[in-house]
Design a protein around this ligand. Sequence first.
Ligand SMILES: Cc1cc2nc3c(=O)[nH]c(=O)nc-3n(C[C@H](O)[C@H](O)[C@H](O)COP(=O)(O)O)c2cc1C
Length: 289
Amino acid sequence: MDNSVKLFSALKIRYCELPNRVVVAPMHQYAAVDGYVNDWHLMNAGRFAAGGAGLVMMESTKVERRGCGTVGDLGLWDDCFIPGLARMAGFIQHCGAKSGIQLGHSGRKARCMRPWEGGRPVAADSDTARSVKDWDDWELVAPSALAADEGWPVPRALGIDEIASVVEQFAQAAERADRAGFDMIELHGAHGFLIHEFLSPLANQRQDAYGGTESKRMRFALEVAEAVRARWPAAKPLFMRLSVQDDAGWGPEQSVVLARELKRLGVDAIDCSAGGILGKPPSGAAKPA
Ligand SMILES: Cc1cc2nc3c(=O)[nH]c(=O)nc-3n(C[C@H](O)[C@H](O)[C@H](O)COP(=O)(O)O)c2cc1C
């Protein structure tokens, strides 16, 4: 008997049926203007959908202004972003694919130049900083006041009374993603961004309900998943991307514990990635031979 799973066979997750198992990973385009999508994004996502992928995910789209990694990040912290993203979801579906969107927050890795501009933090006295209308609102926040790398700016540690509002921003963005017509959401819990920062013993040195032990470091990720699941239709899939190995105190053992908890809360799949908490690529299987 042939038990193999065929790449071009359908896959049903909740009420969402992917026509095949080709999934286009979220890929940041750094092309947004003031958080809005434009023709570039339609062309980029559209070509994958027209090419026959089963699921096309939009890049990490930020749930609050502070969470933008660069000046070119997409936003979903306000209803004004819904019409543009609805056009993306609609076009992807028109091609026969399912449409997904990744929701993220860059935490202490916010406010950087784009990769081809060096990827370093934006200097406050630079032309880029001067071109940003709301520079003061673009604040770096994180679980602890620890810089992402040597010479990087020190973020402000979120007060315990502020964390619930960040969780709420994720939930509101999920509601907006539903109104825009997306079929699935992926929460960005990888690559050294805010959710990963809370998980990491390196980035999270809190001694309150959100840090100090492994289970307390998992609390923010679990609260985000729970809040999003509550406000995202039960018929639609929810994924979480994790750096399942980050070479800095978080590995497969911890990821399995977290994945079991996430499953209990209604997360349907873990999108396994790696690295991002240190200022260098991950080691291990991804290394060229
Ligand atoms: C230009 C570019 C942008 C990316 N943007 C994101 C992103 O927004 N969110 C994310 O989780 N990963 C992002 N990634 C990582 C990819 O989703 C993907 O994991 C990576 O290219 C490795 O491919 P693989 O997972 O198929 O091995 C990006 C990668 C590239 C090359």
